[in-house]
Design a protein around this ligand. Structure first.
Ligand SMILES: NC(=O)c1ccc[n+]([C@@H]2O[C@H](COP(=O)([O-])OP(=O)(O)OC[C@H]3O[C@@H](n4cnc5c(N)ncnc54)[C@H](O)[C@@H]3O)[C@@H](O)[C@H]2O)c1
Ligand SMILES: [Zn+2]
Ligand SMILES: [Zn+2]
Length: 368
């Protein structure tokens, strides 16, 4: 950076420091988070952008953090890794975004230059990856600092719907990349998705790009299963009675499913028991504890097992599909709150079955 540029950055930082605080959801160890005052973020590196959030949301992963499943998240961290907002400041190194641009924030930060980024594995970017709301302050706040803004933001399309577009921050690429692509869903396949939460439903929506013959949706929550039916599931299975595997075997004449996509330790067991010979188990869920791999049953079944942290490499493609109206992820939104009411929003999302909740949208400003 030249001296002139350095002076400009310093001047811009000084201007930013005139407004000092904002509200944010701060993690204080397992089971504890509060909506409190925090310093507003400022530009720290030339590639940074400061974004004023207009829409944010809560992910199943935030619930894992609150359970203590992710030790990388430490006391004092602002949570959240999904959002839409308006660029308020940019560092000298940002070329693709300008003050006033409306943007979609990706849950994964990508420098676009390191070895992992250059092979499309943004999730393991040496200078980013999944850091927002993890090792860096996140989007459940009035403002957020986005490092490597050029690789980590997307232009919000003119006339786009914020509630649909915020699903591109995380759940659509997660469902598609970790579930559908890793599971290698093909025309004619029989697919089982265990867990009809927002991510499982995103798998359901994007699996249909490939015309599988059957998609079974398995959950404990009848309301979520009913939504899955509307979104194209061909059979619904409530696993509360412990007979999900038996029902899948009946539906597949004893063969099992070509692709089993899961999100939790209990659902990993179901997937291992119902995968067909030659099938794929695609793990999507965040795991905080060991699971048992039943190799004594699977060693001769010719199956494969994949894991993946979402890379978000599919976001530009998914953005086009959402813009075309062929995917309507805004239908996943069941509850809306002003961001100041985020504690109520967490309660609603954490007790989803009681409230009939799927995606809970937080608006910074008057709720719609
Ligand atoms: N790999 C990644 O990059 C990535 C990214 C985002 C989210 N995730 C993870 O994806 C998972 C799903 O996220 P979400 O937001 O949809 O979470 P969620 O908690 O809303 O959904 C989980 C669903 O599983 C169901 N369930 C629980 N136990 C079950 C059982 N025994 N049988 C059948 N269903 C059962 C619940 O009723 C719920 O509907 C979470 O673990 C989240 O952390 C992973
Ligand atoms: Zn997430
Ligand atoms: Zn990188």
């Amino acid at each position: 950076m030249t001296t002139a540029e350095l002076e400009l950055t310093t001047a811009s930082t000084a201007t930013q420091r005139t407004s000092v605080t904002m509200k944010a959801l701060v993690y204080h160890g397992p089971g504890k988070c509060t909506w409190e005052d925090k310093p507003r973020p400022v530009i720290q590196d030339p590639g940074d952008a400061i974004v004023r959030l207009t829409t944010s949301t809560i992910c199943g992963t935030d619930l894992h953090i609150l359970k203590g499943d992710l030790p990388s998240v430490t006391d004092g961290r602002i949570l959240g890794h999904e959002g839409i907002g308006v660029v308020e400041h940019v560092g000298m190194g940002v070329s693709e975004f300008h003050i006033g641009d409306k943007v979609i924030i990706s849950c994964v930060t990508a420098c676009l230059k390191c070895d992992f980024c250059r092979k499309g594995m943004y999730s393991h970017c040496r200078h980013g990856g999944w850091i927002l709301g993890n090792t860096l302050d996140g989007t459940q706040a009035e403002y957020v600092r986005i490092p490597h803004a050029d690789g980590s933001l997307y232009n919000f399309p003119a006339g786009g719907d914020e509630e649909a577009m915020v699903m591109l921050s995380d759940i659509l690429p997660t469902g598609f990349e970790c579930g559908v692509l890793n599971g290698q869903v093909k025309p004619g396949d029989t697919v089982a998705i265990v867990g009809a939460g927002p991510v499982g439903l995103a798998v359901l929506l994007t699996a249909q790009f490939y015309s599988p013959a059957a998609i079974f949706m398995i959950d404990l929550d009848e309301k979520r299963l009913a939504v899955a039916k509307q979104f194209g599931a061909t059979a619904l299975i409530n696993s509360a009675d412990g007979h999900a595997v038996h029902k899948v075997m009946e539906l597949t004449e004893g063969a099992g499913v070509d692709v089993a996509i899961e999100g939790l330790p209990a659902t990993f067991d179901i997937c291992q028991a119902m995968v067909a010979a030659g099938g794929r188990i695609a793990n999507v869920g965040v795991h905080g504890k060991p699971v048992q791999l039943q190799l004594e049953k699977l060693w001769d079944r010719n199956i494969s097992l994949t894991t993946r942290l979402v890379d978000t490499v599919s976001t530009p493609m998914l953005l086009k599909v959402v813009r075309s109206g062929k995917l309507q992820p805004s239908k996943l939104v069941t509850h809306r709150f002003a961001i100041n009411d985020i504690m109520k929003a967490y309660d609603t999302f954490a007790n989803a079955a009681k409230h009939g909740a799927l995606k809970v949208v937080l608006t910074n400003g008057a709720p719609r």
